[in-house]
Design a protein around this ligand. Structure first.
Ligand SMILES: Cc1ncc(COP(=O)(O)O)c(C=O)c1O
Length: 395
């Protein structure tokens, strides 16, 4: 039986196209970063409930800039460790390494695919500068113990919300708890600007640095014109429009991306509601003897449906994959980011010998965890059909 279920349906809509056409028809338009970018940043800050947002060209760029900001603000500190989950996107870990910090890895919980709080607390020491949490696949990765301990110990929280737009902890959106938070608007996520990302904060200084870091490190990107004037005076041997304060690259986005973002934001809440409704139906219909269903659903907002097998048989897993392929159900193994990052070749030179027994949950997800599409237009009948099909696989 062919179920023809793709990972994504078209996230870029006809109304988005109409808005882009309108933009392109304007006389003397500027298409590089300009008023639309500023409007999108303002609308996004309002939607999220933070003071400042910087629109960049990807979620990875947002990750990189956020950790670069920590480096700039903690230049003379002995703290050089950042705690990060083993189930995350590659750019979270590379941002840590590329900025000269040491990644300290922790296992995840199966109930929210996020960091195990006890492991985080056990790994905190005098060198811990920050915890870089990933709210994986729409789940809320926060708990009050973690928030309280980080506050008491004055350890920064940076939130990667690239997979969890609209998810909440205690009715407050994820991305408002950390010192800095990151979002991705890649095509497959809750909403899209085709490619794009956002750096969010309530801290004015961090915002100013994020603006400069996203644009060659140039002081003219700073909103604070008093600061700009001060720098021009300080570096009076330089051309005022070419003062580069930081080592960085160009991570800016543009007016087309922002136009799409503004329009997509209008339907984000409604789409998220449908995704959550679908998610709950998937959970209700799925056989809990074969599949893990004990998720921490409250506060979550998933853009994809996670399927974690209970079996630990590779033969059964292979059968599962074969059956999904035959039914034309598109899937990815390893949930967020392909599973256990500690197994990836890019990390080999940074890691000594790893005892994978210390990372049991992420290892299970690595080998037996999947996700399939959960999009707002998915119909009830289709979800029931997919679940019946999954429940009948002999695993
Ligand atoms: C958790 C997480 N962080 C960061 C990123 C990077 O975002 P982008 O693809 O926009 O660079 C992704 C991408 O899927 C992600 O899932």
């Amino acid at each position: 039986m062919k179920l023809n279920h793709s990972l994504m349906n078209n996230n870029f809509t006809m109304p988005d196209l109409a808005k882009v056409k309108q933009l392109l028809k304007k006389k003397n338009i500027i298409l590089t970063q300009s008023t639309q970018v500023e409007n999108f940043e303002k609308s996004w800050s309002k939607w999220l409930d933070v003071r400042y947002s910087t629109f960049v060209n990807s979620g990875s760029s947002a990750n990189y800039i956020s950790i670069k900001i920590l480096q700039i603000l903690n230049k003379n500190s002995v703290k050089n460790e950042i705690i990060v989950p083993t189930l995350t996107w590659v750019s979270d870990i590379n941002s840590i390494i590329m900025n000269g910090f040491k990644p300290i890895f922790v296992d995840i919980n199966l109930s929210n695919l996020s960091m195990d709080t006890n492991q985080v607390l056990n790994k905190i020491n005098k060198k811990t500068l920050a915890v870089f949490i990933t709210h994986a696949q729409g789940f809320n990765g926060l708990d009050d113990t973690l928030l309280k301990e980080l506050k008491n110990k004055k350890i920064h929280l940076i939130e990667d919300v690239c997979e969890s737009h609209g998810a909440v902890h205690k009715n407050k959106k994820l991305g408002t708890y950390g010192l800095i938070s990151n979002f991705s608007f890649y095509y497959a996520h809750h909403m899209t600007t085709i490619e794009g990302g956002m750096i969010c904060t309530n801290d004015k200084k961090i915002y100013e640095i994020s603006r400069m870091l996203s644009s060659h490190g140039m002081i003219q990107e700073a909103k604070n014109k008093i600061f700009e004037k001060k720098m021009i005076k300080k570096y009076n041997d330089l051309s005022p429009k070419f003062i580069f304060l930081y080592t960085t690259l160009n991570f800016r986005n543009n007016e087309i991306g922002a136009t799409i973002g503004i329009n997509q934001l209008k339907t984000l809440n409604k789409n998220n509601k449908n995704r959550s409704k679908n998610f709950n139906l998937f959970l209700k219909e799925l056989d809990s003897k074969k599949y893990f269903t004990d998720y921490k659903v409250i506060g979550s907002c998933n853009y994809a449906f996670p399927i974690i097998l209970k079996t630990i048989s590779i033969a059964k897993r292979n059968l599962f994959e074969k059956m999904l392929s035959l039914a034309n159900i598109e899937f990815r193994r390893g949930n967020a980011g392909g599973g256990n990052q500690l197994r990836q070749p890019y990390l080999k030179e940074f890691l000594g010998k790893i005892n994978f027994n210390n990372f049991k949950n992420v290892e299970h997800v690595h080998n037996f965890g999947y996700y399939i599409g959960n999009y707002p237009t998915l119909k009830k009948n289709k979800i029931i059909k997919i679940c019946n099909f999954l429940n009948n696989i002999k695993i």
